[in-house]
Design a protein around this ligand. Structure first.
Ligand code: IPD
Ligand code: CA
Length: 284
């Protein structure tokens, strides 16, 4: 039987590469910064332009109306963030916008594709490093066409863990984030890290450079492509309470194995984050 998703997968890789080249070029000129949900939730013209390029290219290739799109900047402008059974592209045009603005060298284009609410493939182009990560469900994970594999470390004392603090500076949340980090650091682990892009963090789990990455407050576009890449590299995804991973829940633990994941989960202080697919409240 013909493989229906090979063409979209190959096309996603080429679109991600094109988008990454745009980001690199834009980084050479002055970057004008605006804010979204808070004064530290940054957005630039490049985020918006690159998302338009990606969605425009996909519509041109696959026909208007055949596929659905969940893109970070389109959702910010009021478009739906509901994942249905229809073929759906989940896009973060510039993951690591704060890094991009500051010239911190990790910025990624993240493109995932889901059908019947199941992720079929994920492509992450770490465009400043020029590394192309990709995975298709059931077909393995790759970096620049070389197979990648999570680490086999089971001893938490020999691990490196990634976490991020996101863009919500509500003092109670920040307190819980740092309390969790302190507890994990004191297990002790070899180190705590954070690249400033959830997509890249997940690639670091997938290549075995770190054992786990967890965060509360991320969005589906930050982690959808990474979810396929981590699983295809032999890793696992869980909710922060140890239950099943839910793409729209804004909480996730990705790890090399369940021993490491469950040990981290013991220390995570959970705080509320509104789901990506929560009904939109009408403004008065
Ligand atoms: C952010 C990055 C960051 C994570 C935040 C995300 P953005 O995405 O992935 O690592 O901590 O939760 O919102 O805003 O750079 O696209
Ligand atoms: Ca993002």
């Amino acid at each position: 039987m013909e493989d229906p998703w090979q063409k979209p997968y190959d096309f996603a890789v080429s679109v991600a590469r094109k988008a990454g080249a745009e980001i690199r070029k834009a980084g050479e000129s002055e970057i004008k910064v605006c804010t979204k949900s808070s004064t530290v939730d940054l957005v630039t013209k490049t985020d918006e332009r690159v998302e338009k390029i990606i969605i425009g290219s996909l519509k041109e290739e696959f026909g208007e109306g055949t596929h659905c799109f969940i893109g970070e900047e389109s959702v910010a402008k009021g478009e739906s963030c509901i994942l249905t059974d229809k073929p759906t592209w989940i896009i973060d045009p510039v993951d690591g916008t704060t890094n991009f603005v500051h010239g911190f060298p990790f910025v990624a284009v993240s493109i995932a594709f889901a059908v019947n609410k199941q992720l079929e493939f994920g492509v992450i182009y770490s465009c400043l490093e020029d590394k192309m990560y990709k995975a298709r469900r059931g077909k393995g994970a790759f970096c620049d066409d070389e197979p990648i594999q999570v680490s086999d470390v089971k001893d938490i004392n020999k691990s490196i863990i990634i976490s991020e603090h996101g863009t919500d500076r509500t003092p109670e949340k920040v307190k819980k984030i740092f309390s969790t980090m302190q507890k994990i650091l004191c297990i002790p682990v070899h180190g705590l890290r954070g690249s400033g892009t959830a997509a890249t963090n997940m690639c670091l789990v997938a290549t075995g450079a770190v054992e786990a990455f967890f965060e509360i407050g991320i969005h589906c576009w930050d982690i959808a492509a990474g979810a396929v890449i981590v699983q295809e590299a032999g890793g696992i995804l869980l909710d922060v309470d140890g239950g099943p991973f839910d793409l729209m829940s804004r909480r996730m633990v990705s790890a090399n194995n369940d021993v490491i994941a469950k040990r981290i989960i013991k220390e995570i202080e959970i705080f509320p984050a509104e789901r990506d697919d929560a009904p939109v409240q009408k403004k008065c």
